[in-house]
Write a protein that binds this ligand. Sequence first.
Ligand SMILES: C[S@@+](CC[C@H](N)C(=O)[O-])C[C@H]1O[C@@H](n2cnc3c(N)ncnc32)[C@H](O)[C@@H]1O
Length: 183
Amino acid sequence: MLPLLSYVLFSLAAFIAYFFLSGFIWGAGYYPTSRSEIDSAAKLLELHEGSRFYDLGSGYGRMIIAASERFGAYSIGVEIDPVKCWWTNHAIKRKGLEKKAKVLHSNFLDVNLEDADAIFVFLTTGTNIMEKLHSKMNKECRDGTKVVSFEHKFKGWTPLKKEGRLFLYSIARPDVERTTKVD
Ligand SMILES: C[S@@+](CC[C@H](N)C(=O)[O-])C[C@H]1O[C@@H](n2cnc3c(N)ncnc32)[C@H](O)[C@@H]1O
């Protein structure tokens, strides 16, 4: 009985440790975004039926599932950790969202973002990952693509809005001509 109990407790402790600490292995810690933060991010990103939405570093998939299930977006999670991808795939199937959401097991720096309408990130400033992503989005994303970053600002980019711990940006491509409307 005692060895079985120790085995169960050890497995539970290992699972909890992996859940919270595995993000550090892959470049960002793990703190699950709350439901109200998810709702605020979805509203800032103006998610609606047909929006093409990316969560870059999608963790266990909470954000992409909510974006598809409650806001009607077509969601793509990109996650480097295979265990989180497996978990997310399982959650997508359990909820019957296969036509509205998917997760790619990949480094998001290798994923083309030119079709994105809206992007969510919750990363770290402890590495240069946000700088690399910033320059990739500037080169690749369409003019007007909305980006929300949770907790951390992108250096060299002025947010349009700050709401709680969410920073909203809109990509302005230098090659797009802007006109001022005169009445
Ligand atoms: C703080 S968690 C955020 C999870 C989720 N977006 C949320 O808000 O609930 C950051 C996630 O980014 C993933 N990650 C870090 N660097 C990555 C990279 N270069 N490519 C893909 N995923 C990455 C980590 O594995 C971790 O799951």
